[in-house]
Design a protein around this ligand. Structure first.
Ligand code: SAM
Length: 236
């Protein structure tokens, strides 16, 4: 069933209008008709069934609340920036696999030119990629992409559990550290983290984890972590 995100709170029996883009999609791309039922997720992560009315624009009446994910614990993926095509892939897959936030990181070995003038447009495009992935995968919460930060600023994104994937770690495995608490995890760039950066994260309370014996590419490492979080949480 198709799903859309609405940027406000909605209630049962209320009627609301879809925005222009959503209306166009429902009416002209999906060719849905008055009376069809779709899912809508409101700003509080409540999921509703709504009955649409197709007119010049598309409106809908809220029928029932089918789920409430407002208490879902956060998964913050702090990812060192990588090349554009791989970055776009990373964002799409991170949204599909359940990240609630992606924080682009600038580290000492990141090859990324920060162009402040173009940054708003970039962040907007990144959020469009994750929004489409969330809608397509029927997720009930959004995956927000933040503006890039320097590693030093990562203390703004601490969770209950904080981990950094570090290929030199030999004893601590990711699977053992996952529970239902909120989590922030950090993945380095292709060149990895410097020892100073790892030391800084340890001081902030991060735990180093191994992702196994193989060295994974940066984007693979992040998607591996998200898959393990999902698998472990589903088994608890
Ligand atoms: N520069 C490193 C090297 O050549 O050995 C590899 C960096 S790896 C391509 C990019 C990032 O993925 C790392 O900074 C780390 O966060 C994560 N990563 C990849 N494989 C990992 C593993 N086996 N254990 C823990 N982290 C890993």
């Amino acid at each position: 069933m198709r799903q859309y995100f609405i940027d406000r709170k909605i209630n049962i029996n209320e009627t609301f209008n879809f925005n222009e883009k959503q209306s166009h999609h429902i009416k002209n791309v999906l060719r849905m008709k008055t009376g069809d039922i779709i899912r809508v997720v409101d700003i509080s992560n409540n999921v509703f069934l709504v009955e649409i009315k197709v007119d010049l624009n598309v409106s809908a009446k809220v029928l029932e609340n089918i789920a409430d994910f407002s208490n879902e614990s956060e998964i913050i993926y702090c990812a060192a920036l990588i090349k554009k095509d791989k970055w776009d892939f990373l964002l799409q897959k991170a949204a599909e696999l359940g990240a609630t936030k992606v924080v682009p990181l600038i580290t000492s070995r990141t090859n990324f030119k920060v162009d402040e003038e173009r940054m708003d447009k970039r962040v907007e495009r990144w959020n469009k990629i994750t929004l489409e992935a969330c809608q397509q995968s029927n997720r009930s919460s959004k995956c927000e992409v933040e503006r890039p930060i320097k590693l030093k600023e990562i203390d703004r994104y601490l969770s209950e559990n904080n981990i950094v994937a570090f290929e030199n770690e030999e004893n601590s495995y990711l699977f053992d550290l996952i529970d239902n608490k909120s989590i922030t995890f950090v993945i380095g760039p292709e060149g990895g983290f410097s020892q100073e950066e790892i030391d800084y994260l340890l001081v902030l309370g991060f735990s180093c984890v191994s992702l196994g014996k193989r060295i994974l590419r940066a984007e693979t490492a992040g998607l591996y972590v998200l898959s393990v979080i999902d698998a472990k949480r589903n088994s608890l």
